[in-house]
Write a protein that binds this ligand. Structure first.
Ligand SMILES: C[S@@+](CC[C@H](N)C(=O)[O-])C[C@H]1O[C@@H](n2cnc3c(N)ncnc32)[C@H](O)[C@@H]1O
Length: 275
């Protein structure tokens, strides 16, 4: 991309690249350059839109990892790197979230193959953008918990949903929309049924869909919309449209002095920040 300094691309290295949430123009510049140069791209098929992205990688051989075991994925990445190819493991969103990266990097380490991580735009941020919301609002929630419910992967002790949700902070649940009934009933044990919820399916894709409701109503809405995968469940008061209208940050308050601005009280001030 014009104006963005080039960074040398190394051969013999496995790049774990965040593909972003799906829209190709939400790839980072670094990711797009790596795809352009790649000889091999092993991608997470259900969440990376191959059709939309393949054109960015004209010389690359693309392999969908959906049908492969961990050992087969590592083997194909390792072999390509050993042959001096530009080798990319393309993960959805950001590779650091539910990306099964540690087990692959450990196996690469054991073979003495260097690797590097290229961050991506996680689906959590694409979902927030689709909803036009902030995940944090002053004095409503300043904490975001990213979690999932137990599927074949059990949850570690202390990370059960009611314990996490009891904080009252914003909660984003991955990998769980197919268990929405269970999810909602666990949350209702610790949060009021009127708590706002949004579900975003395929955030940033052309067929992105949004359902809004409360803990009371969302299950039926999502079932009617037939959303069964590739969705995030967002719950918390930050979704309350009324609260969003009233909150004011201290940072931009007219009477707030900080390193870059001297505070003054102006008649244009929309009102005192909430206490
Ligand atoms: C294996 S996890 C990978 C998460 C990914 N590393 C990230 O940062 O977004 C897959 C789960 O992420 C969520 N997900 C991934 N892409 C999504 C998208 N575009 N829209 C909504 N949810 C998405 C879904 O909950 C899906 O079940």
């Amino acid at each position: 991309m014009t104006g963005v300094p080039d960074r040398p691309i190394r051969t013999g290295v496995v790049y774990f690249v965040g593909a972003g949430p799906g829209a190709p123009d939400l790839l980072t510049v670094r990711a797009a350059r790596l795809l352009e140069a790649a000889d091999l791209v092993v991608f997470a098929g259900s969440l990376v839109p191959e059709e939309a992205m393949r054109g960015l990688s004209p010389r690359g051989r693309w392999i969908d990892s959906a049908g492969l075991t961990r050992e087969e994925i590592v083997e194909s990445l390792a072999r390509a790197a050993e042959q001096g190819q530009v080798t990319v493991r393309l993960a959805s969103g950001d590779p650091s979230l539910f990306g099964a990266m540690a087990e692959m990097t450990t196996a690469l380490d054991a073979r003495g193959i260097p690797w590097e991580v290229v961050p991506g735009v996680s689906s959590v941020f694409a979902a927030a953008a689709a909803l036009g919301m902030e995940l944090t609002l002053p004095e409503v929630s300043q904490t975001v918990i990213l979690t999932r419910t137990a599927g074949r992967t059990p949850m570690p002790p202390g990370e059960d949903l009611p314990s996490l949700a009891a904080h009252g902070s914003t909660l984003v649940v991955f990998l769980s929309i197919d268990r929405i009934g269970e999810l909602v009933s666990e949350l209702k044990r610790v949060r009021p049924a009127s708590t706002p919820v949004a579900v975003v399916a395929r955030a940033s894709w052309e067929n992105e869909r949004i359902c809004r409701g409360t803990l009371e109503t969302i299950e039926e809405t999502v079932r009617k919309a037939r959303i069964m995968r590739q969705a995030l469940f967002v719950v918390g008061q930050v979704l309350d449209p009324e609260l969003r209208k009233t909150v004011r940050s201290r940072l931009y308050a007219a009477d707030f002095t900080h390193g870059f601005r001297e505070g003054t009280i102006s008649s244009a001030d929309p009102g005192p920040p909430t206490k």
